[in-house]
Design a protein around this ligand. Sequence first.
Ligand code: SAM
Length: 231
Amino acid sequence: MSNIMGKDKLRKFNAVHEFKNVVEPTTEEAMSDVPYPLKGNWSKELFGNDLPIILELGCGKGEYTLGLARKYKDFNFIGVDIKGARIWKGAKTALEEELNNVAFLRTKVDFIDKFFKKGEVAEIWLTFSDPQPRRPRKRLTSPMFIDRYRSILKPKGIINIKTDSDLLFGYTLDQVDEHNYPLLLKSWDVYGELIHQTTPDVVYKMGIRTYYESKWLAQNIKTKYAQFRIG
Ligand SMILES: C[S@@+](CC[C@H](N)C(=O)[O-])C[C@H]1O[C@@H](n2cnc3c(N)ncnc32)[C@H](O)[C@@H]1O
């Protein structure tokens, strides 16, 4: 592993195993037909409450997981990413700030329906997901992924997508259109348009900047955002 991962990344990757707010299933567990022990039990077993769960998929350093958790104490937040060294940052911050409504799950989003049961998730955030220009099926808003989200979301559960990518945003809006998903919010220019004509709640949410978003904004690439239901 040290051949492909730098020293600092390796240190973080290893440290994350010790964090009590990080869950790292094995590939065997992810692929198994035996239900994962936390499936259906995340709030009770991990957070010690019965609050609804909000997921950030492809969370990287988990800025949305943390930013939303600081304000919305009536929800539990779980950031999901395959890269342990990125999760390390969010998990460490959550521990330092004693954010007890935050956890991270290190796995592939492809397996998300193995880890949550139907109705266990209230809302999903997709933050600056890879646009996958040559592999539309791999986009996190492709029908294959939407089917997975449907099998874990509550009825009328919400999907949020915030992205730099015209390709991914246009593709997502086409999916919304094609499948008649109720579209609740849409903006091709969050900071030029949406935040001037919306609620304080949405202004707060849009004020959370992720690592990748900051990179794209520095290059004058506009942030896009949409919120829709699939149930
Ligand atoms: C462009 S980065 C965005 C990270 C973060 N949300 C941000 O805005 O800074 C995409 C992230 O998605 C993760 N990712 C991509 N495909 C994934 C998959 N199938 N399962 C889990 N994580 C994935 C990558 O590891 C990476 O951290």
